[in-house]
Write a new protein. Structure first.
Length: 175
C-alpha cells in the first residue's frame, strides 16, 4: 500500500515528532507514530510495482509544472473525537496545485475524491476510551504557527507496520 504527501522540512518534522511522542508517553496513543509528518495529497492506494512505476512517471510529469509554494500551519484542530492535527492554512497556490493534481492524477491513482482537509496528524485512531477531551485539552490550548516552502512530495510505502518514504520528488527539479 502507498500514499503520496507533501513533507515539511526537518525542523517542523522534528516538532511534530515531539508532539506525537508526548501523546504516546502521556496518553498511550501510538498509531500516529507509524509515519513521519506529512500532508496527504493522495490517500492510501494499492499498486503492483510495475503499475507504480507508470503512476510515478505520470506524477513526475505533473510535478514538473509546479514551483514550490508556501504552506502555513496554525494551531491544532480535530476531526470529531478521533483525530487531533495541526491545521494547514492553504493558500491559493496550494489549492491550485492540489486541484490540478487531483484532475491530472485521479484516473491513474484511483483515489477517493472526498473533501480535502489538509492537515498534519498528531493523534488518531487509538485514543483510549473517554480520554479524548483530556488529550484535546492539552493540544487545543497550545499556539503553534509555522510557515514553510513546500518543495518536496514523497511516495510513502507501508512496510512492517509503518509508513516509510519510498521516493522523494522535488518540485521543478526533474529537468
Amino acid at each position: 500500500m502507498y500514499f503520496i504527501a507533501i513533507i515539511p522540512p526537518d525542523s517542523i518534522s522534528e516538532e511534530v515528532l515531539e508532539f506525537k511522542r508526548r501523546a504516546f508517553e502521556k496518553y498511550g496513543v501510538r498509531s500516529s507514530m507509524k509515519s513521519q509528518a506529512h500532508i496527504t495529497l493522495i490517500p492510501p492506494f494499492h499498486s503492483s510495482l510495475e503499475d507504480l512505476k507508470d503512476k510515478m512517471e505520470i506524477l513526475k510529469k505533473f510535478l514538473i509544472k509546479f514551483e514550490p509554494f508556501e504552506i502555513k500551519l496554525k494551531n491544532f484542530s480535530c476531526f470529531g473525537e478521533r483525530t487531533i492535527y495541526i491545521d494547514v492554512i492553504p493558500g491559493d497556490k496550494f489549492f491550485d496545485f492540489y486541484l490540478n493534481m487531483k484532475k491530472s492524477c485521479q484516473e491513474f491513482f484511483k483515489f477517493d475524491i472526498r473533501e480535502f482537509s489538509p492537515h498534519i496528524t498528531i493523534v488518531n485512531r487509538d485514543i483510549p476510551d473517554g480520554r479524548f477531551q483530556e488529550i484535546w485539552g492539552d493540544f487545543s490550548q497550545r499556539e503553534y504557527k509555522r510557515e514553510f516552502l513546500a518543495d518536496t512530495v514523497a511516495l510513502f510505502r507501508y512496510i512492517d507496520g509503518k509508513w516509510e518514504i519510498e521516493e522523494r520528488i522535488k518540485l521543478l527539479s526533474l529537468f
